[in-house]
Ligand binder design. Structure first.
Ligand code: PEP
Ligand code: MN
Length: 263
């Protein structure tokens, strides 16, 4: 269902009027974790000013250590919803556990499946039974063919609104958090009609590299970007080193606008 053979034109997903895929370029931005009301609202207002199309933020966080901040759960989802109602930006948020799907469905406009859950086939089937668009993040050790099979799991349950996101893979290189597999863009664009996004933030792991990787995403033909932005990254409780300030995000969008694509 995900393959080019099964469909001639590109899939265009409509998220409350925001288009993903086809000729549009979509900017999804927001904090790694939802931390508190001030943080989410300030960040959402900031990214909205700089023409972001959707707000991202995690209320259920897949942290490497069980002792790290795990997310605010439903309280975080409520804050995202409040920010969404004020700014008009649809909400992209991760569902980690099948038991949380019902509550996430109440607040999310796009269901994010994280890199660590990309081969959680029972979770993929469940989101495939919903009517919400799904954003799949490639696993850090998932081949492109395996990634496409994960999309197939969602689609085969009846949900055709799947967007794919390359967020860096594990290699021997340690200068960046992950290695952005920029080749995944042309390969996926050839293999599938689904929209292909790039997350330069989790690939880079450091904010300084985010602009260059964003430009590379556009040059390679990606359909959009998912970028972590925090109104004050210094106090971020997760992924502090890679989140852009609102000012940095606005600067980046201006720069991307000059090279086309972004409107
Ligand atoms: C995230 O988007 O905050 C996240 C946890 O990403 P990934 O699943 O790609 O690591
Ligand atoms: Mn993060």
């Amino acid at each position: 269902l995900a393959s080019r053979e099964s469909r001639n034109d590109d899939t265009i997903i409509d998220v409350k009027g925001v288009k993903v895929g086809g000729d549009t370029f979509t900017l999804i931005a927001g904090p790694c974790s939802v931390e508190n009301r001030e943080q989410v609202l300030t960040t959402a207002r900031g990214i909205k000013k700089c023409s972001a199309h959707m707000l991202r933020g995690g209320a259920f966080k897949p942290r490497t250590s069980p002792y790290s901040f795990q997310g605010l759960g439903e309280e975080g989802l409520k804050l995202l919803k409040e920010a969404s109602e004020e700014t008009g930006l649809p909400v992209v948020t991760e569902v980690m556990n099948p038991k949380d799907l019902d509550v996430v469905l109440k607040y999310a406009d796009v269901l994010q499946i994280g890199a660590r859950n990309i081969q959680n086939f029972s979770l993929l089937k469940l989101v495939g039974q919903t009517d919400k668009p799904v954003l799949l993040k490639r696993g850090m050790a998932t081949t492109i063919q395996e990634f496409l099979m994960s999309a197939e799991y969602v689609m085969s349950e009846g949900n055709a609104d799947v967007m794919l996101c390359e967020r860096g893979i594990r290699t021997f290189e340690t200068a960046t958090r992950n290695t952005l597999d920029i080749s995944a863009v042309p390969v996926l664009k050839k293999e599938t009609h689904l929209p292909v996004l790039i997350d330069p933030s989790h690939a880079a792991g450091k904010r300084d590299y985010v602009p260059a990787l964003s430009r590379a995403a556009i040059a390679a033909g990606a359909d959009g970007l998912l970028i972590e932005v925090h109104y004050n990254p210094q106090i971020a409780v997760s992924d502090a080193a890679q989140q852009l300030t609102i000012e940095e995000f606005c600067q980046l969008v201006d720069e991307l606008r000059k090279i086309g694509e972004v409107v």
